[in-house]
Design a protein. Structure first.
Lengths: 441, 287, 662
């Protein structure tokens, strides 16, 4: 799959082609155009076949949409379900029971744990240690990989319990869930989560000790920020340069455009600037809301600054968020009491329904237009990876010259490792919608 | 009766040669990745399985690549572009056994709903410069293009069924993947029938089991993500649904993740087409 | 033991009954409300009973209604039946290990918790007894069921209400609870009239120290249940129904109901007497440690009637619905001597499309319909009481060692096995064994020769299990269960001529019969062997048959369906070997084995030659999971092929043989 053939001391036109990125979710390639040692163009080509979700949800009920949008991504289905369900509840004015809110956050913790553990151990760690895969890494470091799999399993157990299954949960409904959960069911998570916390803390130590390539830059970072908790289901959209938006208001600042080299629409600010989402952005903008256990772990690494400036340090950011998600999940489990009812009753109706939540990979935004029958008339779904694409390409443009002088294998490896640092979720990234939604207030 | 002197024993074993690790590939077409991820979700067995098989191609999990040959190739995703249609034919030629996994590969997936609608209109609604985006008019199951040796149904596939399949592969026995209704799983588990006790519409009786009856256990009706079972009498179930539902509502019930499968598609067509962006375009012949 | 006269238990002392049951070392299982329905679950206190609830049912519909008040048993039939506890959905059967050629398989010893069933209705009491008879019809029974059955104490409740789907009156099972029940409660507004019908029940009731029931209380209880009888009426013409159904196997209504039927198996799984199961195999990744488990299955499942090689005896939903209804209301009598249906109405309420068996019976076998042709024979089991507990033990497994292998054809191998198990060594010609290799499915295989120190099995490799068996190395071990089934009746042919017709692998189960006839040759008249095969390469035991052909006291002729130029023998179907025969059919006892169509053609040809149906013996192949008549797979009309067969006479089978989809 590598065929770079980069000679040292480049000059003239050179096209570097990494066809078929591996250990990323979905199908993508990178194409660089280099001239006189400078990168003229970096194109992240998404050739994931489009599935047109924005049109598939037209004519559906809000509950059907929750089932359908999960299928945008097998790694982060909860993120799509949470964003959609909160959009409908907010748009239709449906209140939810505080215990339902807690269960939703617990569910999201489960997905963060599963997704981050998958990425750290199976997708990214092999790069740092020089292996083609975690399967090969396991031959020499079996205990570490097994620990990572157990951590991932703990996350899956949460989603399986609350959602019915680990991938494409069935229980999320507008107003709440399709069933309630007894206290004993929830506290059955206590033991696996306690074990997972140990592994998460050990993961921080492991990845903080890795030596990443030296690549520093300041990026414009965007994330949700909530007054009292680390951002998951709720918060304002904030940025490192002073943005503060209601979560329904994404379109006032950002927009998407199509590029010729990609099936994914790219999102940028309306003024054309790229921006970056993800664990690094969240830690930069909301580290003060971390669970104390995670905050202490972050402080111990001393890497908060580097997390902001070196994308390769995202593996540390994910590890910190693993600690946070596990610790928060434990707290929710202890405090849980069954809600009075599984879901608030509601009636369908017209309106605009929009919301943003923090998927493991970064902020995700949905906006729906409901017609007078309460069915979807229009939809816009903006995954994190499509929002990151422009920033990833910008970073590659800055970074690539550093490695052009290296032997081709190493250079390719470093570039792939960089792309993987953003944990791109490419299956999601092809669902852009371009329909303008009329705000009928 | 005198017994025949025994000749030197001759065996006719399908595994007559010394066993070697089977070469496994995992590839993806148009899909969400969830079915491949189920492989990585076999946390307890993943490393043990990896020791007994040779994973030569699995882009999500390893940078090791191979274009074949494969003893067993797992295929996820529907065929949605010209390129994919060519690639699946090439892959079939280098695979001893080709196993489709998940609703997209076995039934076209949720994206097959677009098969009822005008493709160009859908494409340009999403992409302003539609000429940059290549896709076929329809999202089709893999079996429409090549012969398939086995399938694991589901959206996503069931970890238990995947585990069973892999153990059967490694030990040489037949995988037990029963073709029966979800109802059997509900009743074995002791789940109260949501359809009879609460009037919740449920596709369980016509849907193939394998999931363990998750949806009824979680208080909602089955939405058919494992696809129709054998002898799926969807006409009878649709007639029952029609007692207190409009035709469009009945079509909606079958318009899920395996909508394109024969018995479900038949009811969707008989009841006015699926929900979607506009009117269904045509009376579909055998696609 | 008839029920004794009643005592009275005040409502607020119901707790004492629970305490007494728990003091008896029992966990109490009873009705409780979960997810909008009444189910049976473990209860720790009477507060968990469905106090104040009633239920309404209709075809495809069940609704609970909160009526209020203090009565706890006015709901009617819950969705669960008690078979959940006596015949659970998932039961471990065997554990096995296969390591370096050595094999050990052992049955899991049943662990039956001591339970008390509280709230058992009259129809359910009958259902428990019916299932007991089915599971212990013998000669071998279901050990797990027996253990659980024995460990359960039954506290019945006589119905004070009914719903529109009840028809226990017609089936003769209720609503009154009659004899043989440990304890019976009749709920009145202020308490319970309590009677006992067994020593165990009487002991418990005595320990409660209750006062005798007043005459007025007893009268109220009697009137209550009489009112239920009145309300239900007599919806099904049950008298003579088995015979009428027997006559209606070709009724057009089967096709009509099949258009509605979803074959979803709900009716069979909620039915309190249905007992069909399948066996699932599991193992570790290396196939070393294996286990088998018994799970609820249904005659409505596609795979239920399938045999090796993909043939399916009940491919259409029409066949399967007919099997269920005729079994429940007709052939159950032939098999077990009672009705299979208790009239609880669950199948009507819990059918997702509301098919009503009462309506179907009225259409297919109305009261004025004719009764069937010659009835099928009643099984000896039907007249017997259930086998005693002492004889219903977990199955034993015999280890056998591979001493030699011979390739008969490209896909068929004969294994010679050494075995010292006395039961195996006493096997009769025509019997079969269940062949167990841990981590693989367990197929039934006919014994193809008996030996003083073992046996031979001739196995065709059609799937992974049979392939694994045929590729065992010398010295490898394998586990056998059996021998099972009825074998060839050799004595039937004493003093008569013998005709043996074998098609393909059908020669294998006939070979021990040939062995036996030859050891007793003088007792028979003329002996003629007619052998058929697809091609010359598909013939079994070629050298042996050649040697037999050289004997003066046998006539052996063979034919193949097709052959290349090297074949100098006859080409055609096996019946061509004798369809012009001049021997006297009236003097012949015939033994036939081969593919079903071949046996049909042979039987017809033999019939034309004057061979009597009572003197024509066949061996049938069906899907078998247990081999002992408890999994239900191998049923053919009233017969369990594993237990009543696999050898049958044509006369005995009657029109069950050759009827499509039966």
């Amino acid at each position: 799959m590598h065929d770079t053939g980069l000679p040292t001391g480049t000059s003239g036109d050179l096209v570097v082609d990494i066809a078929g990125l591996t250990r990323v979710e979905g199908e993508g390639s990178l194409r660089l155009r280099v001239r006189d040692g400078a990168v003229e163009e970096a194109h992240l080509e998404i050739f994931e076949a489009p599935r047109y979700f924005e049109r598939l949800v037209v004519g559906r009920t809000p509950d059907e949409v929750i089932d359908i949008v999960a299928r945008i991504c097998g790694i982060c289905p909860v993120a799509y379900q949470m964003t959609a369900v909160h959009a409908f509840e907010h748009g239709l004015g449906i209140p939810i029971d505080p215990q339902v809110r807690a269960l939703r956050r617990l569910l999201y913790c489960g997905e963060w744990i599963e997704s981050h553990a998958l990425h750290v151990y199976l997708l990214h760690l092999p790069d740092f240690l020089g292996y083609a895969s975690a399967l090969e890494l396991a031959r020499d470091h079996r205990a570490a990989v097994e620990a990572g799999l157990n951590l991932k399993k703990a996350g899956n157990r949460i989603v399986e319990l609350i959602g019915g299954r680990a991938i494409h949960p069935v229980s999320v409904r507008v107003g709440g869930f399709s069933r309630t959960f007894r206290k004993t069911e929830i506290t059955s998570l206590r033991e696996p989560l306690a074990a997972a916390l140990e592994i998460a803390l050990a993961t921080v130590d492991l990845v903080a000790g890795l030596v990443p390539p030296d690549f520093q830059r300041e990026a414009r970072m965007v994330a949700l920020r909530h007054p009292t908790e680390y951002p998951m289901n709720e918060g304002h959209i904030v940025s490192t340069d002073g943005l503060d938006l209601d979560p329904t208001d994404w379109t006032s600042e950002f927009h998407e455009g199509q590029v010729a080299w990609s099936h994914a629409l790219q999102a940028r600010s309306r003024d054309g600037r790229p921006y970056l989402l993800g664990p690094g952005s969240r830690l930069t903008l909301a580290a003060d809301q971390l669970h104390p256990t995670a905050a202490a772990a972050l402080a111990r690494t001393g890497l908060a600054g580097e997390i902001r400036t070196n994308p390769y340090r995202s593996i540390v950011a994910r590890a910190i968020e693993l600690v946070d998600a596990v610790a928060e999940a434990l707290d929710i489990v202890e405090a849980y009491q069954p809600p009075d009812r599984a879901a608030t009753p509601w009636t369908p109706g017209p309106g605009r329904a929009a919301w943003a939540t923090e998927a493991p990979r970064g902020m995700i935004f949905h906006a729906y237009q409901l017609d007078e029958r309460g069915l979807i008339a229009d939809a816009r779904i903006v995954p994190p990876t499509s929002q990151n694409q422009a920033a990833i390409e910008a970073d590659l443009t800055i970074f690539a010259p550093q490695v052009l002088g290296l032997p081709s294998d190493q250079a390719t490896h470093r570039i792939e490792q960089l792309i993987r640092s953003y944990d791109p979720c490419i299956s999601c990234a092809t669902h852009f919608l371009q329909l303008h939604i009329e705000d009928v207030g | 009766m005198t017994s025949q002197p025994w000749a030197a024993p001759v065996r006719h074993s399908p595994r007559a040669t010394a066993p070697r690790r089977p070469r496994i590939g995992v590839v993806k077409f148009a899909s969400c990745d969830g079915c491949q991820l189920t492989l990585l979700d076999l946390e307890d067995e993943l490393l043990a399985i990896a020791e007994r098989v040779d994973v030569v191609e699995f882009a999500e999990a390893t940078s090791r690549r191979s274009a074949g040959p494969f003893d067993v190739l797992f295929v996820e995703g529907s065929i949605s572009t010209e390129e994919q249609a060519e690639e699946i034919v090439r892959l079939r030629a280098v695979s001893t056994r080709l196993i489709t996994i998940g609703a997209c590969a076995t039934a076209g997936g949720i994206q097959a709903i677009r098969n009822w609608f005008d493709h160009d209109a859908i494409r340009s609604a999403v992409y302003p410069q539609a000429e940059f985006v290549e896709s076929l008019a329809m999202a089709r199951p893999v079996a429409d293009f090549v012969a398939v040796d086995g399938e694991l149904r589901g959206c996503p596939i069931s970890p238990a069924q995947l585990r069973e399949f892999l153990i059967a592969l490694v030990t040489g026995r037949r995988p037990q993947l029963p073709d029966e209704a979800v109802c059997l799983e509900c009743k074995r588990r002791g789940v109260v029938c949501v359809a009879v006790a609460r009037g919740v519409p449920c596709l369980g009786p016509v849907t193939r089991t394998g999931c363990g009856a998750i949806c009824p256990a979680y208080g909602r009706g089955c939405y058919g993500c494992f696809g129709p079972r054998e002898a799926a009498n969807t006409a009878s179930l649709a007639a029952w649904f029609s007692d207190d539902r409009s035709a469009h509502e009945v079509a909606r019930l079958f318009s899920g993740f395996t909508a394109w499968s024969g018995p479900f598609r038949a009811q969707i067509d008989a009841h006015g087409g699926p929900p979607g962006p506009g009117e269904p375009q045509r009376e579909l012949q055998d696609a | 033991m008839t029920l004794d006269t009643g005592r009275f238990l005040p409502r607020d002392e119901l707790e004492h009954l629970f305490t007494a049951l728990q003091a008896d070392g029992r966990r109490v299982v009873g009705p409780t409300v979960v997810d909008g329905a009444v189910v049976y679950d473990e209860l720790t206190s009477p507060a968990q009973l469905p106090v104040g609830w009633e239920s309404d049912t209709a075809p495809g519909k069940y609704r609970l209604r909160e009526r209020g008040g203090e009565r706890a048993f006015d709901y009617t039939i819950p969705v669960t039946s008690w078979k959940r506890f006596t015949h659970p959905a998932i039961v471990p059967l065997t554990r096995g290990r296969r390591d370096e050629g050595q094999v050990l398989v052992e049955s899991v010893v049943p662990e039956a918790p001591r339970l008390a069933f509280v709230g058992v209705r009259a129809c359910e009491v009958a259902a428990l007894a019916i299932q007991t008879r089915a599971m212990r019809a013998g000669p071998l029974g279901d050990a797990d069921h027996a253990a659980r059955d024995e460990a359960a104490l039954v506290v019945a409740v006589e119905c004070a209400t009914s719903t529109s789907t009840c028809f226990c009156t017609s089936m003769g099972t209720g609503p009154e609870v009659r004899e043989g029940v440990d304890i019976v409660l009749s709920e009145l507004d202020d308490g319970y009239v309590v009677r006992s019908g067994t020593p165990a029940g009487a002991r418990l009731v005595q320990g409660l120290g209750l006062r005798p029931a007043a005459a007025a209380e007893t009268a109220r209880a009697t009137a209550q249940v009489a009112a239920v009888r009145q309300a239900i009426g007599d919806p099904v013409a049950a008298e003579g129904l088995p015979g009428r159904l027997r006559a209606a196997l070709d009724h057009p209504r089967w096709d009509q109901v099949a258009e509605r039927c979803l074959a979803c198996a709900n009716c069979t799984l909620v039915c309190p007497t249905c007992f069909c199961t399948s066996v699932a195999v599991a193992s570790d990744l290396d196939g070393v440690d294996g286990s088998t488990t018994r799970t609820w299955d249904s005659c409505f499942s596609l795979g239920f009637g399938r045999v090796a090689g993909e043939a399916n005896f009940r491919p259409r939903v029409r066949d399967r619905y007919r099997q269920w209804l005729t079994h429940k209301f007709s052939t159950w009598w032939d098999q077990f001597g009672s009705t299979g249906c208790v009239g609880c109405g669950r199948c009507i309420a819990w059918c997702p499309v509301g098919i009503d068996v009462r309506e179907e019976l009225r259409a297919i076998a109305p009261a004025d319909a004719p009764v069937g042709p010659i009835p099928w024979p009643r099984s000896p089991a039907a007249g017997r009481a259930p086998a005693s507990l002492a004889t219903v033990l977990p199955a034993t497994h015999a280890v056998a060692t591979v001493r030699a292998l011979a390739a008969e054809t490209a896909d068929t191998t004969t294994l010679r096995l050494a075995c010292s198990d006395p039961a195996i060594l006493a096997a009769q010609p025509g019997q079969f064994v269940m062949v167990e290799l841990p981590a693989f499915a367990v197929p039934p295989i006919s014994i193809s020769r008996m030996l003083p120190d073992g046996l031979e099995l001739t196995v065709r490799a059609v799937g992974p299990a049979t392939s694994a068996i045929t590729s065992l190395p010398l010295g490898a071990e394998i586990s056998l269960r059996g021998p099972m089934g009825r074998g060839w009746p050799v004595a039937e042919a004493y003093g008569r001529d013998v005709v043996i017709v074998a098609g393909g692998i059908g020669l294998a189960p006939l070979r021990p019969l040939i062995d036996r006839i030859l050891t007793e040759r003088p007792r028979f008249g003329a002996v003629r062997l007619y052998l058929g095969a697809r091609t010359p390469q598909d013939r079994l035991f070629v050298h042996e048959m050649h040697a037999l052909a050289g004997r003066a006291d046998l006539q052996v002729t063979e034919i193949v369906d097709r052959a290349g130029p090297e074949w100098t023998g006859r080409v055609g179907v096996v019946t061509q070997l004798f369809d012009q025969a001049t021997w006297n059919g009236a003097r012949v006892t015939a033994y036939v084995c081969g593919p079903e169509r071949m046996m049909q053609a042979t039987a017809a040809t033999l019939g034309r030659l004057g061979v009597r149906p009572a003197a024509t013996w066949l061996t049938l192949e069906r899907n078998m999971a247990c081999g002992v008549g408890t999994c239900g797979h191998c049923q053919l009309g009233p017969f369990f092929v594993c237990r009543d067969g696999p050898v049958f006479s044509l006369a005995g089978l009657g029109d069950a043989f050759g009827r499509e989809g039966l």
